[in-house]
Ligand binder design. Structure first.
Ligand code: PMP
Length: 357
């Protein structure tokens, strides 16, 4: 009898729809503004003489560099293979089979997929009018969920909405649910300004975990380097679960340079430039009759509702411009997310949009 490979796989894997990353969706074009990447890379030095050795599980200088950057101690920092790995690690560390997490769609898609691949459950909180998210929405979800909720995942700024989760709401949540982990995903926080980060709350609230990444403001999506920031006991638990060598040596070398003083200065300049470009794009879009609504993003992207989203998306594809459509997400019909690219790339987007009616 022929081997049925499909039926050999775990049930939850057979039923899984994998994350539709920009790379997986692909698309033919020359301008890719669909993955919230930075438009340009920097130059880095690279030493190949240590490649014969396994790297440290937690490269000392990368941990120290990030701890200095966020003003924490080394034992409050875990380096991971992108913040995506940290999301999975939290679920693997804290959720027994059948327990689970709360999320508040629209939100970053990997929370749900990481839960489902690890046999954890997902309950979706409802947002208020205008997608506003409050502590009460999440608390209600924790109480309604038909399973034990171990963690709540909140992206701030949120993807794709672009808005921050208010700090007073976070404090309420941390106080009201002291037995639940509150995971604040701050992948885009540098664009909103580091004073909007909740890192300063970590010492007061041991149930808080903050996720960070070098993929966005640091322009290093290609090296896959992220961080979990939390109470030393949480970091120690996650360190039990992480792979033995998650951070390749070339990754550590580049991350170290990015986190040196010069690297951080470059990052801050990049953030300022991208934020200015985002606001200029917002102004241009406001004047277009085909635009219905622009969401108040403070990240390196804008979410825009067009009068006819699919038609607009297709017109851009025809010109080789690939954006990210949110057409199939409840409440986001006709919405397209535009990553802030170079001035030339955004001019090109505007030229195509201005010609449509
Ligand atoms: N969180 C959010 C909100 C994101 O949008 C993304 C990537 N698009 C990630 C985390 C994952 O980032 P990383 O490259 O660090 O895995």
């Amino acid at each position: 009898m022929a081997l049925d490979l499909e039926s050999l796989a775990c049930k939850h894997v057979r039923e899984l729809t994998p994350y539709q990353s920009a790379r997986r969706i692909g698309g033919h074009g020359h301008t890719f503004l669909n993955a919230n990447e930075s438009p340009k890379s920097q130059l880095y030095f690279f030493n190949s003489t240590t490649l014969n050795r396994y790297p440290d599980c937690q490269p000392f200088e990368v941990v120290q560099g990030y701890a200095d950057y966020v003003n924490l101690k080394r034992d409050e920092v875990l380096v991971t293979r992108g913040s995506d790995e940290a999301i999975g690690l939290i679920i693997r560390t804290f959720c027994e089979v059948g327990e689970g997490i709360v999320i508040a769609p629209p939100t970053y898609g990997m929370y749900e997929i990481a839960a489902l691949t690890n046999r954890a459950q997902v309950y979706k909180a409802k947002r208020d009018e205008g997608f506003k998210l409050k502590a009460k929405n999440l608390e209600e979800a924790v109480h309604e969920a038909p399973f034990k909720v171990k963690a709540i995942f909140i992206d701030s700024p949120a993807n794709p909405l672009g808005e921050l989760f208010p700090k007073d709401e976070l404090v309420k949540l941390l106080k009201d649910l002291p037995q639940t982990l509150i995971v604040m995903d701050e992948a885009y926080v540098e664009f909103a300004g580091n004073d909007n980060s909740c890192v300063s709350l970590l010492r007061e609230y041991p149930n808080l975990i903050v996720l960070r990444t070098l993929s966005k403001a640091f322009a290093l999506a290609g090296i896959r380097c992220g961080f979990a920031l939390a109470h030393p006991s949480i970091i120690a638990l996650m360190t039990k679960v992480i792979d033995p060598y998650p951070i390749a040596d070339p990754v550590a070398q580049v991350a170290r340079q990015a986190l040196a003083r010069g690297g951080i200065e470059l990052m801050l300049e990049r953030v300022k430039e991208l934020n200015e470009r985002r606001e200029a794009l917002r102004e241009h879009l406001k004047a277009l009759p085909i635009v219905e609504e622009i969401f108040p993003s403070c990240a390196n992207f804008l979410l825009v509702r067009f009068k006819d989203g699919p038609k607009t998306f297709e017109a851009l594809v025809q010109k080789g411009i690939i954006l990210r459509s949110f057409e199939n997400r409840p409440g986001l019909e006709n919405c397209i997310r535009i990553t802030i690219g170079t001035a030339e790339e955004l001019d090109e987007v505007m030229r195509v949009l201005s010609a449509l009616n």
